[in-house]
Design a protein around this ligand. Structure first.
Ligand SMILES: Cc1ncc(COP(=O)(O)O)c(C=O)c1O
Length: 395
């Protein structure tokens, strides 16, 4: 007896945990700076922690009231009806719900390459097929409507990310409209705003209010520091009616996550601190790292370093964990999450030390050297014509 043929599905490759790496390099976990998973360096919203403590002794009940309350609170905040708020087990869960609601077996979707691995994974779980549109380094990773529409051929879902991970680049409202207007009536454009709180640009949720073919994804994982409780949501057009009620797994969002979400929504101070700190850190990295970086509107910065595997290992040995962006489809690059001031300063110092020790002609934008990849495919991953659309890199 075996499961069905799962060979086309790729295991998710999460950023490595602090404990795991600390054991490997023989360091105290407290001495490690972990900037590999775009987590909130200031911890969870204190109000959310308090709410979870307060409600812990009620978890023998199924979560009912808190689900309705959080839906209502988010609906009010976004000026939508509660049915339009699809609460889920993380943003990942919301992506699953979108696929579950939209895809018939064999339907195709269009995802950016490089991009977030879980789009493709989720679609495949739901018996869909994945096609890509390119983000090109020479276009500074812009999600250009022309590139999206060139690759468009009737796919059911088109995924846009704003700000995009791992590049940090945004998609503006006009570009989203150009894509939404350029695709068929039964194609939905998903705007992933997992990092939206860190951007200076407003959310594109107004398009959800105005149209029946744009949905927006948000999460409590980043700006509210609740990655561990798994709470995210899709904002869906009113025209989709009771689709959520039909596809939602019963009680998919747990009571403590819901209580944490309700409290975190009230915790403006924590969000403000998180956004302010990320804004400072991304500028600091951009200005001080001795490598080519791209301007970011997220809580992370992409840097071209040549052999990313080597830089990752050397930084890790010195207690700084970043993300080798090869798994996102960007060989030659690392992604550095914005830490606290102390963490970010240390990370930049360590990375600069590591970069300085290397062959001066390798990586970092020297002519002819980019990207020097361990897989030996110069330029691979930037053209967008790569055969593997998803890589396996996540958060
Ligand atoms: C671009 C993007 N979208 C969605 C998610 C999903 O986040 P979560 O499932 O933690 O809400 C992530 C996680 O890192 C992400 O990077």
């Amino acid at each position: 007896m075996q499961p069905r043929d799962l060979s086309a599905l790729t295991p998710y490759e999460a950023g490595r945990g602090t404990e795991e790496v600390a054991r490997e390099v023989g360091m105290d976990p407290d001495d490690l700076v972990k900037l590999s998973s775009n987590e909130n360096p200031h911890g969870p919203s204190p109000r959310a922690v308090e709410a979870m403590h307060e409600h812990a002794d009620g978890v023998h009940h199924y979560p009912k009231a808190a689900h309705a309350d959080l839906q209502a609170a988010l609906a009010e905040q976004r000026d939508l009806a509660p049915e339009q708020v699809w609460l889920a087990n993380g943003g990942d869960g919301a992506l699953d719900y979108l696929a579950r609601a939209m895809l018939e077996p064999g339907d195709r979707v269009l995802v950016p390459h490089p991009g977030f691995a879980y789009y493709a994974m989720s679609v495949r779980y739901h018996h869909g097929r994945v096609e890509t549109y390119p983000l090109r380094r020479e276009e500074d990773f812009e999600q250009r409507p022309a590139n999206v529409l060139d690759a468009y051929d009737g796919q059911r879902i088109v995924y846009l990310i704003s700000p995009h991970s791992p590049t940090g680049r945004e998609v503006d409202r006009e570009a989203i409209l150009e894509v939404a207007d350029g695709v068929d009536d039964d194609t939905v454009v998903l705007v992933d705003e997992a990092y939206g709180a860190f951007s200076e640009a407003p959310s594109k949720v107004d398009l959800v209010r105005e149209r029946d073919d744009v949905a927006v994804l948000r999460t409590f994982s980043k700006s509210h520091g609740l990655a561990g409780v798994r709470l995210g949501y899709l904002l869906a057009p009113e025209a989709w009616g009771d689709a959520y009620a039909r596809i939602n797994t019963p009680f998919a969002v747990n009571e403590l996550a819901l209580r944490a979400g309700l409290a975190a929504l009230e915790d403006e101070e924590h969000v403000e601190q998180s956004v302010e700190s990320a804004t400072w850190a991304r500028e600091f990295i951009h200005e001080n790292l001795a490598a080519e970086t791209w301007p970011s509107q997220g809580n992370f910065v992409l840097a071209a370093v040549g052999d990313a595997g080597e830089v990752f290992e050397a930084a890790k040995e010195r207690g700084v964990i970043v993300r080798d962006a090869t798994s996102f489809g960007l060989p030659g690059c690392i992604r550095i999450t914005c830490g606290t001031r102390a963490e970010t300063t240390r990370a930049v110092e360590v990375l600069n030390e590591v970069l300085a020790m290397r062959d001066p002609y390798e990586g970092t934008g020297a002519p002819g050297s980019f990207p020097a990849t361990s897989s030996g495919t110069p330029g691979g991953g930037f053209g967008g014509d790569a055969p593997d659309p998803d890589g396996t890199g996540g958060e």
